[in-house]
Design a protein around this ligand. Structure first.
Ligand code: SAH
Length: 251
């Protein structure tokens, strides 16, 4: 059996109880060493075989999983954040399906949740934005043209950009070319939930300057939108004049 497990964004106590239990039981752990906090490996049994997938190819990961499986062992494939966001898990699952190997998935706290917590902010505010666009700049991994930053920027929704801090000058230009006012509030969150976390607020026109001034070159999210500002409408859900299935309206 293979368990795909989300490790969370960094702080070791942000893994789920289920994920921690899988780690404690595992015979083999293959972890994404570029971002997973190695402190989590302290949960593993002493005789657990541990491999860092940052030094491996997909084929090598599959070899490890298959040989563990042939010996009836349990493997944890530990991914950073939540495995469903830029996790490269689908290609592993498809190969496991082909090989007839069973697997399941244990979700994790994604970095975008960690970043909102670092800023003490809410992505969806009434009257401001009710949508979150999770995307990235095209880099060595291309992004379909219809998903360009410019086209998303036109919506003025909350934007969360993964894997893009290395291209932040270009990103800043694209956000403004797509329609964000240069004064739109923005933030860069470096290593959310790690001890050396940095949560930097700025405006869209200052994104590149802010990253440079704070020496942020990787492991960061870029957040853009009015949700970082001061104005919003209060919720209907907790409005005394609004009735819900749990509570009647009061005059
Ligand atoms: N599956 C992960 C994302 C993997 S892609 C998740 O759900 O969070 C790797 C990118 O995620 C990094 O380049 C960076 O943009 C972002 N990232 C991962 N951990 C982060 C953290 N603790 N703080 C800020 N950004 C992070």
């Amino acid at each position: 059996m293979i368990h795909f497990v989300g490790a969370g964004p960094g702080a070791p106590d942000l893994i789920t109880l289920r994920g921690a239990e899988h780690l404690k039981q595992a015979d083999v752990v293959i972890y994404a060493g570029s971002l997973v906090n190695p402190a989590l490996l302290g949960l593993c049994r002493e005789d657990c075989a541990i491999y860092n997938s940052a030094e491996m190819t997909l084929e090598q990961v599959m070899d490890r999983m298959q040989s563990a499986e042939a010996l009836g062992k349990t493997t944890v494939r530990l991914h950073t954040g939540d495995p469903s966001i830029y996790g490269a898990v689908r290609e592993q699952m498809d190969l496991l399906d082909e090989a007839g190997i069973a697997y399941d998935c244990c979700p994790g706290v994604s970095a975008f949740g960690g970043a909102a917590a670092a800023l003490r902010m809410e992505y969806t505010l009434p009257g401001i934005s009710q949508s979150v666009v999770i995307t990235r700049m095209a880099g060595r991994t291309p992004v379909p043209e219809r998903e360009s930053i410019r086209s998303f920027a036109a919506h003025q929704a909350t934007m969360v950009l993964f894997l893009s801090v290395g291209l932040i000058e270009q990103l800043q230009r694209e956000l403004m070319a797509g329609g964000y006012d240069p004064e739109t509030p923005a933030a860069i969150v470096y290593k959310a939930t790690w001890p050396d976390e940095k949560a930097l607020r700025c405006r869209v026109c200052e994104l590149a300057k802010t990253a440079q001034a704070n020496d942020v070159k990787k492991t960061a999210l870029i957040l853009v939108g009015g949700f970082l500002g001061d104005h919003y409408e209060r919720s209907k859900l907790y409005d005394p004049g609004f009735s819900t299935g749990y509570r009647g309206a009061r005059p």
